[in-house]
Design a protein around this ligand. Structure first.
Ligand code: CTP
Length: 406
């Protein structure tokens, strides 16, 4: 199932040049399964044609408060929406919204809706820096809207660079997903690791593995969507970083270990989805190893077991989740790891199955809990598996208070 299936999202577009990116946003939301109702201000229609949005969403576009025969459009649209997103939101629109004006269809919808609202202010950097604009956005947050800060970067042609850019549509989609999700992890700190690590053999060669980071990234994104504060500690990834979590980039197992130990002290949950390299070269050659007559041999040394060591840095009661990648005797090996690494839960996957485990989009896992229960999950997308794992973590967390609230 697509993430926004059955959801109705009202996309408000106001008159800024960034509205060209709103077309892509409308497309992404539709692709994810949402029914997207686009409402444009009059100025927005001077930047981009309603027809563009109509073609992308397959639905009529709304522009006027009192369109003939549709006097109650704003009430109907406002009531049907599961979430309202205004992107771009100009300085003028933010000012009108902050004052509760209802002088056009979009402003009236904000007053009439009971859905959660996301505003994406986008403007010239001086306009954004103006104290009145800042007051407006603070006020909008106080009255319950989620207001994104604009990004720093290139502004409209001739305006150079500054803080005022609209975030990329993919980032906005992630925020919409957070708006629509239950906030079952609100107030919780979650640390997730993802991807492989890399150990240098010489200045150009590395020891590593085929992990893509997809499972860890899906878990970090899902925990953030549920309202958690998330730290994602990531080795070199093959997939894009998620919007939302704080990201700490590492290269070696030693670096990942240090980053995990530094982050888990205040964590309510640690999910160790990374595949850290278990071995490094006992000595890294300072020069590139040359091809010679004989094959060189590399002496290996063990790296730290991050998960095992992290237990010493975590408070009692925090939920600890590991993964086990096994090619034989999966259940027995996973149960042994659950015990020896002091875990609450271990997610077992098969290293030999072609559509599951490392480096692919899908997985088939068994979730084994400390109480001995075993749950077999059929083959599905890692994104879907992430949600099931977090459901089990949530059930476990209910038994434990939040670490930093003690
Ligand atoms: N792990 C870790 N530090 C390592 C290696 C693994 O924290 N140096 C974590 C993994 O992230 C995973 C769990 O330990 O959550 C089990 O990893 P796995 O590779 O299945 O097992 P290992 O402990 O490395 O043992 P082996 O390779 O012998 O099966």
């Amino acid at each position: 199932m697509r993430p926004f299936e059955g959801r109705r999202i009202l996309l408000g577009v106001t008159g800024g040049i960034a509205s060209y990116k709103s077309a892509w946003l409308a497309r992404l939301l539709s692709q994810e399964g949402a029914a997207v109702d686009v409402v444009m201000t009059r100025t927005a229609t001077e930047f981009i044609a309603p027809l563009t949005f109509e073609a992308l969403t397959g639905r009529p576009v709304h522009t006027a408060l009192l369109a003939q025969g549709h006097a109650l459009d704003h009430i109907k649209l406002a009531r049907q929406a599961h979430a309202v997103v205004v992107a771009p939101a100009t300085a003028d629109f933010c000012a009108r919204a902050a004052h509760g004006r209802a002088d056009d269809l979009l402003a009236a919808i904000l007053l009439a809706t009971e859905a959660r609202v996301l505003l994406v202010p986008t403007m010239n950097d001086h306009m954004w820096a103006h104290p009145q604009t800042r007051l407006n956005s603070e006020h909008l947050r106080e009255i319950g809207y989620t207001v994104l800060n604009p990004e720093i970067g290139a502004l409209a042609a001739g305006e150079g660079s500054g803080e005022g850019r609209m975030p990329e549509p993919e980032t906005i989609v992630a925020h919409v997903a957070r708006l629509l999700e239950d906030a079952s992890f609100a107030g919780r700190n979650v640390v997730v690791t993802a991807g492989p690590t890399r150990e240098l053999v010489d200045p150009v060669r590395v020891l590593s593995n085929r992990s893509s980071g997809r499972m860890g990234v899906a878990l970090a994104a899902a925990a953030w969507r549920r309202g958690a504060t998330v730290t994602l500690i990531a080795g070199p990834l093959e997939v894009p970083l998620p919007a939302g979590p704080k990201v700490v980039r590492v290269e070696t197992t030693e670096e990942m270990s240090a980053a995990v130990n530094a982050a888990v002290g205040t964590a309510d949950v640690l999910v160790m989805a990374a595949a850290p390299a278990d071995f490094r070269a006992a000595a890294t050659a300072s020069d590139k190893i040359k091809k010679g007559a004989s094959s060189p041999s590399i002496q290996l040394a063990p790296t730290p077991d991050i998960l095992r060591e992290s237990a010493r840095h975590m408070r009692a009661g925090a939920v600890r989740v590991g993964f086990a990648l096994e090619s034989h005797d999966g259940l027995a090996n996973a149960r042994h790891k659950l015990e020896s690494k002091s875990l609450d839960m271990i997610v077992l996957n098969d290293a030999l199955e072609p559509d599951a485990g490392i480096g692919v989009e899908t997985n088939r896992v068994t979730i084994i809990s400390r109480d001995g229960s075993e749950e077999q999950i059929p083959l599905m997308l890692k994104r879907e598996i992430a949600d099931i794992i977090l459901d089990r973590v949530r059930d476990r967390m209910r038994l434990e208070p939040a670490a930093h609230r003690r």
